[in-house]
Design a protein. Structure first.
Length: 149
């Protein structure tokens, strides 16, 4: 695992945790949830597969390979806890997006999103759709980035 990036994210997460219990500080709960899922994803991939994730768009290639295997396991009926798995990956993808182009985590009538220049990116739905259709998250992210310009 990229220890420097992981530790930086843990510091942000811990600061958010502290602020959750403070009346003076506000915490974006959607960002907090995405960050928690991102950290879980990084830990899971490192502990179980020795895969080093660094919250870059390049790392989405690794996520795509892993998602393809998970889709095969899902189709065979051997993937346990698919919803938790997808939520973990969604948090990671959301933090990659935020890392690459910024934005603000928001909730609207369609659900949780990363709002980038008034363009809501529904990262949970994006990951779930890519999973179910066997599509590339990296390619979907490239499409999204092109449409932001």
């Amino acid at each position: 695992m990229n220890q420097q990036i992981y530790e930086r994210l843990v510091l942000v997460f811990n600061e958010q945790e502290k602020n959750l219990h403070s009346e003076d500080q506000g915490v974006n709960l959607i960002e907090h949830k995405a960050l928690s899922n991102c950290l879980d994803c990084m830990e899971y991939m490192d502990a179980n597969y020795s895969i080093d994730l660094d919250c870059s768009s390049i790392s989405l290639e690794v996520i795509d390979l892993f998602l393809k295997r998970a889709k095969e396991a899902h189709d065979e009926g051997t993937l346990d806890h698919a919803d938790m798995f997808l939520e973990m990956l969604s948090g990671y993808v959301a933090m990659v997006m935020k890392n690459e182009v910024g934005g603000e985590f928001v909730y609207d009538e369609n659900g949780e999103s990363l709002d980038i220049h008034s363009n809501p990116i529904y990262f949970n739905e994006m990951v779930k759709t890519c999973f179910l259709r066997g599509e590339s998250i990296l390619e979907k992210w490239k499409e999204v980035k092109e449409n932001l310009v």
